[in-house]
Design a protein around this ligand. Sequence first.
Ligand code: HEC
Length: 159
Amino acid sequence: MRKIRRIIVCLLISTSAVAADADNRQTLILSEAQRDHVLEEMRALLSGTRNILMALSTDDMASVAQSARPLGLGMAHKAEDHFKSVLPKEFMQLGMSLHQDFDQIAADAESRKDPKLTLRQLSDAMSKCVACHDTYRIGTTPSSEQPAQAQKHEHHHHH
Ligand code: HEC
């Protein structure tokens, strides 16, 4: 019995070590203000998504559209100029495609009023949240491996 327990403990320790090593996400080097901006948009995405789900639970499709629309391309265009030069093209494209999905969700909620369709669209859209989070993390410390990006730091102004 004791031996088995020891084996289990060893297994647990080794899997958690592997999990810690598995953070292969690409680090985006941003200024603090830029990071705050990205994270603020992220929190808006999370609470908007939650509002859509709540509206869906009562088949309130007008409210689904109302919650989805602010997460559409309108939200992206505000941030785009700010970030085009800083964030990788793939990151921007994934973000744009997610905002497009929310516009589509809003439009279909109004015209087709089909909660099941919205749920399917939302879960497809959220696979982009998952994909991006699996790929990127944000760092604000300039890395010696990325001197070009670290240099941008010097031109940053605090507000
Ligand atoms: C194009 C890339 C991308 C997409 C798409 C994306 N995120 Fe994020 N998100 C990030 C990055 C990068 C971070 C920072 C992660 C880190 O540094 O560990 C983040 C962080 C967050 C955070 C933490 C915010 C904070 O204040 O710390 C939340 C919540 C979040 N995302 C929600 C979402 C939701 C919900 C969706 C989809 C509806 C989504 N994100 C889609 C890139 C993305």
